[in-house]
Design a binder for this molecule. Structure first.
Ligand code: AKG
Length: 280
């Protein structure tokens, strides 16, 4: 979807656009909204991200130390610290994304997961997977409404060449009949006859994806590093994963809307985790 100029200016979708976004998310399992961020903003944010990633990799012994351990060869998952610029409310509580997500998850949505996926040149296929399965597993043969979404913010153009994510539209509504149906091998077999598409989208776009949607990271055959943020939001009643650490200074600087979404996380005086390196 494209933003109308006035929607971009005020940071709010019209009723018609919101309805379209919500319907697409429900039907397909994901909705793309282009031009939410300026390219210049993306470039600046990306530079800070790259520094953070470099420090993270260094602290772990370099990229080769991840082989076989994480998301697949040359494919790195990294959590981000809640400090400037990563804690920018335009990112973690983006008004347009929140408008769509609140319509899908309810106004009491919350967040406790701030992650990113970076595919270096030479990254390989991930297994087809879903980030969460049907809520009632095999007990209920009808799909339920969405409970969790991931907000992806690409920090470069996503193309076939650099490994745009492969997704299976409609797969968020597929239920399992057998407990093994969700295993990596079964999902690979189940997608054999299903149609997929790729998230070929320009930098500055956002993607809101139902966490149940089947997908995989694809080989990066380009010379550039492909990166996106991945922030998970959930219904207010859904049990949060491990709480995030949020420095008090960040919390104080946030507007009320961001504090509401990040309620229930741990406020700390300073970050203590291994991932706390602040960009210089
Ligand atoms: O990097 C990608 O394109 C997808 C990553 C992903 O889906 C995951 O690791 O769960």
């Amino acid at each position: 979807m494209q933003l109308m100029p006035e929607e971009r200016t005020v940071g709010k979708l019209s009723d018609v656009s919101l309805k379209k976004a919500l319907r697409t998310l429900r039907d397909a399992g994901l909705v793309v909204i282009e031009d939410v961020f300026d390219r210049s903003w993306v470039t600046e944010f990306r530079a800070a991200y790259d520094e953070q990633l470099e420090r993270y990799l260094e602290s772990k012994g370099g990229i080769d130390a991840f082989t076989g351990k994480t998301f697949g060869q040359n494919h790195i998952g990294m959590h981000l610290p809640m400090v400037v610029p990563f804690s920018d409310p335009q990112v973690i509580a983006n008004p347009i994304a929140v408008q769509v997500m609140a319509a899908a998850l309810g106004d009491d949505l919350r967040c406790s997961f701030y992650h990113s996926n970076t595919a270096y040149p030479g990254s390989k296929y991930q297994h087809v997977h879903r980030d969460t399965g049907p809520v009632f597993r095999t007990e209920f043969q009808v799909p339920t409404p969405v409970t969790h979404v991931v907000l992806n913010i690409p920090l470069c153009d996503f193309t076939l060449e650099n490994g745009s994510t492969e997704v299976w539209p409609g797969s968020h509504l597929i239920v399992d009949t057998d407990p093994t149906d969700g295993s990596a091998d079964e999902l690979e077999a189940r997608v054999e006859h299903l149609a997929s598409t790729r998230t070929n989208i320009p930098a500055g776009s956002i993607v809101v994806r139902d966490l149940r949607m089947w997908h995989r990271g694809m080989p990066n055959n380009s010379q550039e590093v492909r990166t996106m943020l991945a922030i998970v939001y959930q219904r207010g009643w859904a049990a949060p994963p491990k709480p995030l650490e949020i420095p008090r200074a960040t919390w104080k600087a946030w507007p009320e809307e961001a504090r509401e979404i990040f309620r229930g996380n741990t406020i700390v005086e300073s970050l203590a985790t291994e991932n706390a390196a602040v960009p210089a």
